[in-house]
Write a protein that binds this ligand. Structure first.
Ligand code: FPP
Length: 247
């Protein structure tokens, strides 16, 4: 029986998020430039997006570029931006064929104009697709997102559009970049690092966390299937007891 056959299709995570890590180490191990790790990493993105689409995962969110990644060497940032534009141009066909809608979260206006324009173009072209929503986190940082949210709500309070007593979790949710996405069910991080790195801090409140040693450029659909199988064997209690879940 293949790994795919073992997956219970009625118990899939609705929202899967991935911190794609290890491109640089992958390249270093092979004596290559870091940028080549990113190039191989973009091929892994393609394989995982297609696999999630076929599996009927409704939401896939990928951490492609963090607010902190701007501090990397200029050439590496430029290459990542170029790769992004090239991948968007190349992948539009895959997105259409697999009925995948592209979405993006983050401080998108800080992206180079060319990337921003390409991104909006693919988002527009795929807006009517409905099988899966693929969200790219670009120039994204959870603290920046939460700061922006507090600022926006404060302005509304100041202008008497909302009273402080009426600020609840739904109001906060509705001001996040992820306002149209459900909470994350499963968060995968590759490359052996066991941290969250400012990714979807609010949205992962009840997510199952899965860490794997595999470096992102080596990540294949079988690794993904293993992670989903592991997730399906966990008991998600959301604060309740085991007994209550059986009632
Ligand atoms: C982490 O590896 C990866 C990134 C900072 C960028 C992720 C980008 C891609 C996978 C390529 C293009 C993306 C898309 C969506 C087409 P790292 O460089 O931090 O690795 P290291 O920790 O080993 O140095």
């Amino acid at each position: 029986m293949t790994l795919l056959d073992q997956i219970d299709k009625s118990k899939l995570p609705t929202h899967l998020a991935v911190i794609m890590d290890g491109n640089g180490r992958w390249a270093k191990q092979k004596g290559l430039f870091r940028t080549m790790g990113h190039e191989k990493g973009s091929k892994a993105v393609q394989e995982i997006v297609e696999a999630c689409g076929k599996l009927n995962i409704s939401y896939l969110t990928l951490y492609a570029f963090s607010t902190e990644n701007w501090k990397r060497p200029k050439l590496e940032v430029e290459l990542l931006m170029k790769l992004l534009v090239a991948s968007l141009r190349k992948e539009i066909k895959t997105l259409q064929e697999n009925d995948i809608k592209l979405n993006a979260i983050g401080n998108l206006e800080s992206l180079p104009k060319k990337v921003y324009k390409e991104l909006l173009d693919v988002i527009k072209k795929t807006e009517n697709n409905s099988r899966m929503t693929l969200t790219l986190a670009l120039s994204y940082g959870s603290r920046e997102e939460l700061t922006k949210t507090v600022q926006e709500i404060s302005h509304k309070v100041k202008n008497n559009l909302i009273s402080p007593e009426n600020i609840d979790e739904t109001v906060i949710n509705n001001h996040l970049y992820t306002q149209n996405l459900p909470d994350v069910d499963l968060l995968i991080r590759t490359s052996g690092e066991q941290r969250i790195s400012n990714f979807l801090l609010w949205q992962i409140a009840y997510a199952e966390l899965y860490f794997t040693e595999t470096l992102w450029p080596d990540y294949t659909k079988d690794h993904l299937f293993e992670a989903i199988l592991n997730y399906q064997n966990r008991e998600r209690r959301f604060g309740k007891t085991s007994e209550q879940l059986k009632e």
